[in-house]
Design a protein around this ligand. Structure first.
Ligand SMILES: Nc1nc2c(ncn2[C@@H]2O[C@H](COP(=O)(O)OP(=O)(O)OP(=O)(O)O)[C@@H](O)[C@H]2O)c(=O)[nH]1
Length: 213
């Protein structure tokens, strides 16, 4: 059986309640959109998706956190296990943009130094209700040294691009680790194949070789 993925990364979505984190994640993983707002309860939930980037099959485990204040003690426990962070605000909600400072400072405090971050202004379909200009979003991202995207989970605008980009950044940041992991996996598979040849010459062929997963 072919290997299903080469490497697993954890991404975390952070931002105020109602900015659209759950909708973005559902759009990305299931291509669905729900117009009702059911707050993420119990603090945290996750979905998985596999992407292929530069020939590497990357399985991303995307953690969707609850934006509500009362869950933040729980969600902070997940920061240190993240390799990538997607900060989300709602372009129709100025306070969600102002609160980014707090989300970013929490990440500075609790997440690993190597964590990769992007900034996303969601709900860009709702132009008539816009309260944060694209320029403001892009300037803030620049100040924080992050790449910036405006997305819409509703119209599926830039959703795939933003999740793919943060995954690419994580892959680049952890490239050395990934290369050595893939190298040792290949060596391991070669070694197993050699041992099969030596000790069980009658059992050869791909089906045996690929069982070491
Ligand atoms: N117009 C528009 N509405 C959106 C978009 N994304 C989400 N919404 C709406 O915004 C509301 C909140 O979306 P959620 O995804 O539940 O928000 P959340 O950030 O996960 O909220 P918490 O779980 O409470 O942290 C819902 O009513 C969605 O339908 C979008 O791209 N455009």
């Amino acid at each position: 059986m072919a290997k299903q993925y080469d490497v697993l990364f954890r991404l975390l979505m952070l931002g105020d309640s109602g900015v659209g984190k759950t909708c973005m994640l559902r759009r990305f993983t299931e291509n669905e959109f729900d117009s009702s707002h059911i707050s993420t309860i119990a603090g945290i939930d996750f979905k998985m998706k596999t992407l292929e980037i530069d020939g590497v099959k990357v399985r991303v485990q995307i953690w969707d956190t609850a934006g509500q204040e009362r869950y933040q003690t729980i969600t902070k426990q997940y920061y240190r296990r993240a390799q990538g962070i997607v900060f989300v605000y709602d372009i129709t909600n100025q306070p969600s943009f102002q609160h980014l400072a707090k989300w970013v400072s929490d990440v500075d405090e609790y997440a690993p130094d190597m964590v990769q971050r992007i900034l996303v202004g969601n709900k860009c379909d709702a132009e008539a209700r816009r309260q944060v200009t694209k320029d403001q979003g892009s300037k803030l991202a620049e100040n924080y040294g992050m790449e910036f995207f405006e997305t819409s989970a509703s119209t599926n605008s830039c959703i795939v691009e933003s999740f793919t980009r943060v995954t690419e950044l994580v892959l680049q940041a952890y490239k050395r680790d990934v290369d050595s992991l893939l190298g040792s996996l290949d060596e391991y598979l070669d070694k197993i194949a050699l041992e099969d040849d030596r000790f069980a010459p009658h059992i050869i062929g791909d089906s045996q070789k690929n069982c070491a997963c």
